[in-house]
Design a binder for this molecule. Sequence first.
Ligand code: C5P
Length: 404
Amino acid sequence: MLDLQNKHIVLGLTGGIACYKAAELCRGLIKQGASVQVVMTESATQFITAVTMQALSNRAVYVSQWDAREPNNMAHINLSREADAILVAPASADFMAKLLHGRADDLLSLMCLARPLGEVPLILAPAMNREMWINPATQRNVAQLTQDGALVLDVGQGDQACGETGDGRMLEPDEIVQDLIAAFQTKLLAGCKVLVTAGPTYEAIDPVRGITNLSSGKMGFAIARAAHEAGAEVTVIAGPVHLPTPRGVNRVDVRSAQDMHGAVMSRVKEASVFVATAAVADWRVAHVAEQKIKKTAKGEAPDLQFTENPDILGEVAKSGRAQSGALFCVGFAAESHDLQKHAQAKREKKGVPLLVGNIGPATFGSDENALLLVDAKGVQEIPQANKLELARKLVAEIAQRMKH
Ligand code: C5P
């Protein structure tokens, strides 16, 4: 199932050069399964044509409140009642100022004012010159619109069409799509701070070689994203992986198990949930060679000595906050066989309330997985699905258990 399946989005365009990105945004929404109704202000039509937006959305575009195509001639009512959300991208400084005052002298502002407040969220993606963005009037308007219940997205930073550089660019279309998807998720972890470990660790042998494993980090990153979508403040501590950071998630990159241990210990004190998804190396080389180990004339293999790595989850689970219930700990077990037996044994050994088992070789690197949740009450399967879908279900299970 696509993330915006069965969602009907009214995409509003106001006047600004970022209108050129609205075409891509419209495509992005449709690719995620949404149906899109475009509404443009007169100013927006100076920047991109209604023809382009109609062709991409496969629906006639509305510009005027006097559009006679609607039998009752009340496009502002009809369009806002059909919508699951109104997304204004780009939202110009002028349009936000107008919304703030509840003015309604064109179809788009009229529709925003007429929307059923509790049912149709209003999401604004501002776009303007950096001086316009930092102007106290704009910042005041953003704060007031937020208080009035609109979701005002961030702005991007960088080169602007006017030649200046700074804050105020509209977010990229895929970032807006991600933020919209997040806006539809229930805020099950609102107010929670979630710490996630993800990916493999890399244990150096010498300056050019090391030992690692096949964990891709995808499950941990999906959990970080799902927790953020659920309203949590999320930090992911990632071993060496090549994955983009989910929107809104803080990321700390580490290499070895010891680095990961340090990064977790310094942050876990503030967390309310700790999810240990990382495939942490159990051992590291005791003495890392300062220089590259060379082949010997006799062809002898180097004599590597190993020492055990800290058990990050084990240590966190023993802490006072975890024991008192102030910190909810979740472990992962990647097994190759007898999943239930090993997962149950691992839950006991680690002393965590929830342990998630999965078959390692079947999931490493894949976009899909299947999970087995083990807690004090028993086991529960979450069947094969993509990792983000599984992560959302896992987040719901965590939220449920934190309530008790
Ligand atoms: O490696 P093992 O199967 O014991 O991993 C089980 C759980 O413990 C996982 O959640 C993993 O992230 C965590 N772990 C850890 N530190 C280690 C080893 C494992 O946090 N050194």
